[in-house]
Design a protein around this ligand. Structure first.
Ligand SMILES: Cc1cc2nc3c(=O)[nH]c(=O)nc-3n(C[C@H](O)[C@H](O)[C@H](O)COP(=O)(O)O)c2cc1C
Ligand code: SF4
Length: 486
């Protein structure tokens, strides 16, 4: 992953540890209504893909165990990882793309409710993404993937050459000639792997996204509702389709790109279709970017305008993230796919302990506070979740007290210690295992390996009945913790 050149080291700290009575009187441990969603406290575990499903995208025992472990910590809400709405093979990513998934998802929602003794609300994040290919071997790219165009023949000065000959001659060129022979998208396909964009409107399936996506999202949301989830989070963040519609880089000229109003049109239409399908009594919100953190990308002012539009449309909650784009991703190795968390925008999404002067803790607070303030100024009470580097009570409570947000998201801190908020609520904050923000977990995610935390994954491997990673070296969930008898 990209790191800021300053490489200043930051360490997480426990902050001021509240007594049990102080915690009970705090904002963090006070209830909140997000539309129909009644949270017992304002702690929120945002979506994290742990690579626990299988090639069919079903809820496996490993998936159940992963969420059960988070639920034992009794946060206000858990958002189940990005779950695909299209019925297509997408590796071990969860899917909600057909009714056959409902039974497994029902078991997942029940597991979260049961393991938290009913204290935690279960949401699920639903996602659409466009196709991205692995970086090819150059020989394979020229033989199979490149579509031969008249300009390739022109470049070679061989107007009569067959496609076969053109392929062979291009492949045989010295590497520095490829940048002259190929256009920008072909070069990207060669060096990074071909990636579709929402602006590829010459492709019928991309042109028709505004016709297709509202129905797909609505059907997925209806399945989440049927499976017993307490709500859905529409994934409008990071490198995926809906965020790409919102992006300032979206230049579609069919009324769904260009100006902000046009860029937010499909996200609002998707929400409208979802709301129409699940009804007013079901919690629907979205996750979107407070800043894209790429050249020419959305700034806070864009996100402020979108946040107000989402609130006006009647979303029940809004959750912010930042960065995580393909645009500045590092070049993958041959045979691997680009990963949207490897460039500067990736750092902004999951900042690690080597940082710049601003540090890795709370980089999204100011932008999120600006979005929330604009929503309030427009007369809406829509609750907002802020996430990014939060790891202790003092920090979370200050965010709530200042009115930066209404719920506090902790992804990696909850992975490091799924009981951190429960321990804190019980006045046992000194027992919290603090995330070190090394991004070992993110490194596993990048390799599509089962995500674990380095602080506990080699601990007590001989515990009876525990499940281990595919390589047999790591436990898959944090060791159990039980609160002392009251
Ligand atoms: C392993 C891993 C997987 C993630 N998967 C998702 C995801 O599916 N959807 C999403 O919106 N964010 C995802 N994120 C981003 C987190 O939700 C969160 O925004 C980010 O880690 C920053 O918060 P933190 O500092 O509390 O970890 C993931 C993060 C990690 C570490
Ligand atoms: S591996 Fe554990 S300690 Fe390291 S960043 Fe991830 S959650 Fe934090």
């Amino acid at each position: 992953m990209w790191k800021p050149p300053q490489r200043i080291k930051f360490h997480a700290a426990t902050g001021r540890i509240p007594t049990r009575a102080e915690a009970a009187a705090s904002l963090l441990f006070s209830p909140l209504k997000a539309g129909p969603l009644a949270l017992e406290e304002r702690t929120w575990v945002p979506a994290m893909v742990p690579w626990r499903s299988d090639e069919d995208g079903v809820v496996t025992e490993d998936v159940l165990e992963w969420y059960e472990r988070f639920a034992r910590g009794r946060p206000g809400a858990i958002v189940v990882e990005a779950t695909g709405i299209r019925d297509i093979a997408s590796g071990p990513l969860l899917r909600i793309s057909h009714d056959r998934y409902i039974d497994g998802l029902r078991e997942l929602a029940q597991t979260i409710h049961r393991a938290s003794d009913g204290h935690t609300r279960a949401l699920i994040q639903i996602i659409d993404f466009l196709s991205i290919r692995r970086r090819p071997e150059p020989a394979k790219f020229f033989q199979r993937f490149l579509q031969i165009q008249p300009r390739h023949r022109e470049f070679l000065g061989a107007p009569e050459a067959s496609d076969e000959e053109v392929r062979e001659r291009l492949a045989a060129l010295p590497e520095d000639q490829w940048s002259l022979a190929l256009d920008a998208r072909e070069l990207e396909a060669l060096h990074y792997g071909a990636r579709e964009r929402v602006t590829d409107t010459h492709l019928p399936h991309i042109r028709e996204l505004p016709l297709v996506l509202p129905g797909l999202f609505a059907a997925a949301a209806a399945r989440a509702q049927a499976a017993g989830f307490d709500g859905v989070e529409l994934h409008y963040a990071h490198a995926y389709t809906m965020a790409s519609f919102l992006s300032a880089t979206n230049t579609r000229n069919d009324g769904y790109g260009g100006a902000r109003d046009a860029r937010v049109r499909l996200p609002l239409e998707v929400f409208g279709a979802v709301r129409a399908r699940v009804g007013p009594g079901y919690a629907v919100g979205c996750r979107f970017l407070a800043e894209e953190c790429i050249e020419g990308g959305n700034q806070v002012a864009d996100a402020v305008s979108f946040g107000v539009a989402f609130a006006r449309a009647g979303m029940d909650f809004l959750s912010t993230s930042r960065g995580g784009k393909f645009d500045d991703a590092k070049q993958p190795g041959v045979g691997a796919a680009a990963y949207p968390y490897t460039g500067r925008s990736g750092y902004e999404c999951m900042p690690q302990y080597l940082s710049d002067e601003a540090g890795p803790f709370g980089r999204n607070i100011a932008p999120t506070a600006a979005i929330r303030a604009a929503i309030r100024a427009a007369g809406f009470a829509t609750p907002v979740v802020c996430t990014g580097g939060v790891h202790n009570f003092e920090m979370a409570e200050a965010m709530l007290a200042r009115g930066d947000c209404d719920m506090v998201g902790t992804a990696r801190q909850s992975l490091a210690d799924p009981d951190w908020s429960r321990k804190t609520a019980l006045g046992l904050g000194d027992q919290v295992r603090l995330c070190e923000y090394t991004n070992y977990c993110e490194g596993l995610d990048q390799k599509h390996k089962q995500v674990t935390c380095q602080l506990w994954d080699r601990e007590a491997l001989d515990e009876p009945g525990i499940r281990l990673s595919a390589d047999g070296k790591r436990r898959l969930v944090a060791p159990p913790w039980s609160p002392p008898e009251a």
